[in-house]
Write a protein that binds this ligand. Structure first.
Ligand SMILES: *Cc1c(COP(=O)(O)O)cnc(C)c1O
Length: 401
């Protein structure tokens, strides 16, 4: 990625703009497949919710990835992108039995995360094998909003309820073909993974027809220059060997799955916005951009850090800024950031804007959602047009008073 190229893209497509580099996605994907190359059967299921543009999904298909989906609409996007339904896993939380049944008719792998639905589903469809999402009660993840595997979490069936699951299986005659966990995001400590995997192996042993174990995701990516991230290579070394040993004990080659979102797409994305106003107050200098939490909500929602660079003046003298949006609420992307001197009209580049950025964008303040551009083999492709006023009015029924 060159700042000059990004600057050219804002001239061509205007701002605000999301840009994704497929090379980076591929590099991250290969890092995992290489780290686990000792495992005979490996499947990486990209977590669609991180970045769901259909062209990104098609790129993952080209890489031979599977998909992890959380809604029937994500499933449909995946099928539309050409995925074999067998390579899609559906891991909803708190959705209706009807939606789960509809997804099942498409041939997609169902993953069930609560006992009552498991029982209902098993009674009605004993011939459709399902995976179960286990909550191993391990505290993991960067903060309480993104940590989902601890004791109070709404996700998964408690590890203490495995006897109950076994009873449901026996009573309904259903088949459990997979065991799954996903304990949170931004997990740094690979020992947490390894400990949680032991719990999953223990559960898997108790079922006769396991085809795969899905270790979820939550790999941490670096946000700052000196940040550490999940050591995927080391995890590969530790977990592959243990997994292969488990396959031996179990007496079958089972598939090892992961379902990363952030790890695969975070660093591949950049968000570009123009500075509308530079405002000196008594305490700080604000740089106000042509965007807000309607386009990138992570800093406001869970204090995530996005490095910000002034690509219009990368060699300028560093100064301190608070970068804020245009939304009529507190809308701070970063406070007290050291950035090379900003003038009105400059383009600021937000790093790590691939995951959970566009996919969380909204029309709040009746603004248009940004355009998206994909860089594939050094060429840029517009993969989503900037919205227009028609998109804002679309679906509104105009009432005549
Ligand atoms: C969100 C989610 C993921 C992806 O998490 P990342 O932190 O982006 O890797 C994986 N699996 C499930 C079930 C999820 O809900």
């Amino acid at each position: 990625m060159e700042y000059q190229d990004l600057l050219e893209l804002t001239k061509k497509y205007d701002s605000p703009l999301y840009v994704y580099y497929t090379d980076t996605i591929e590099y991250q994907y290969r890092r995992i497949t290489e780290a686990f190359s000792d495992v005979n059967k490996l499947q990486i299921n990209y977590a669609v919710k991180a970045l769901s543009n259909i062209n990104i999904l098609k790129f993952f298909k080209k890489l031979d990835s599977g998909l992890d989906t959380v809604s029937i609409q994500e499933v449909r996007l995946g099928l539309e992108a050409g995925f074999d339904p067998k390579k899609i896993i559906y891991t909803p939380n708190g959705v209706s039995l009807e939606e789960i049944e509809e997804v099942a008719t498409k041939g997609v792998q169902i993953n069930i995360d609560n006992l009552s639905i498991l029982e209902l589903f098993g009674q009605k469809h004993p011939d459709i094998p399902v995976c179960i999402r286990i909550n191993p009660h391990i505290m993991a993840g960067g903060n309480s909003k993104i940590s989902v595997g601890h004791i109070d979490s709404k996700f998964g069936i408690s590890i203490h309820q495995v006897p109950h699951i076994l009873r449901v299986v026996e009573n309904t005659g259903m088949t459990i073909n997979g065991i799954h966990m996903h304990t949170g995001s931004d997990i740094l400590d690979i020992d947490t993974f390894v400990r949680a995997s032991e719990i999953l192996f223990d559960v898997a042993k108790q079922f006769k027809n396991i085809d795969f174990i899905d270790f979820g995701s939550g790999f941490k990516v670096p946000y700052k220059d000196d940040d550490i991230s999940t050591d995927i290579e080391q995890l590969g070394v530790q977990l592959s060997e243990r997994f292969n040993q488990f396959c031996q004990e179990y007496g079958k080659e089972i598939t090892l799955m992961f379902e990363p979102g952030k790890f695969l797409v975070s660093a591949a994305g950049y968000f570009l916005a123009r500075v509308n106003v530079v405002k000196q107050t008594t305490s700080t200098v604000f740089a106000g951009i042509d965007s807000g939490f309607n386009h990138l909500i992570r800093p406001m929602m869970y204090d995530s850090y996005h490095k910000i660079t002034n690509i219009s003046n990368p060699e300028g003298r560093d100064r301190y800024y608070s970068v804020v949006g245009y939304i009529c609420e507190t809308d701070t992307f970063g406070s007290n950031r050291r950035i090379s001197e900003i003038s009105e009209g400059d383009i600021l580049c937000f790093h790590n804007a691939g995951a959970y950025c566009f996919s969380m964008a909204s029309n709040y303040n009746s603004r248009y959602r940004p355009a998206e551009v994909m860089i594939y083999k050094q060429e840029d492709f517009l993969i989503r047009k900037r919205e227009t006023f028609d998109d804002i009015l679309n679906n509104q029924q105009v009432f005549e008073f």
